[in-house]
Design a binder for this molecule. Structure first.
Ligand code: FES
Length: 94
């Protein structure tokens, strides 16, 4: 289990198993993260900014990379539905 912290209007911490994505963590934390495609890496609405622990995250896959490129995402932004943590992470959700 790993601790995931979401910062934004409120700060929330949740425990996350390594088999769960950051989107699952956000849902567990009660964060209203938009997820139009329901986690299929098609919409990009679940974009989060990783403020700490980027080195703890799963690598960016081909499908996620395509969406991040379309969104012109910054280096520290990831699709929550495609990202898994292997350690403590802090994300900003605005
Ligand atoms: S929920 Fe659509 S890309 Fe993540």
């Amino acid at each position: 289990m790993y601790k995931v912290t979401f910062r934004g209007k409120v700060a929330v911490e949740v425990e996350l198993g390594k088999e769960n994505s950051l989107l699952v963590a956000a849902n567990k934390a009660g964060i209203a993260l938009t997820q139009r495609c329901r986690g299929h890496a098609r919409c990009g609405t679940c974009l989060v900014t990783v403020e700490e622990g980027q080195d703890q995250l799963s690598p960016v896959g081909t499908v996620e990379a395509r969406i991040l490129r379309i969104l012109k995402a910054r280096q520290n932004q990831r699709l929550a539905c495609q990202t898994y943590s292997q350690g403590e992470v802090c994300c900003r959700v605005d």
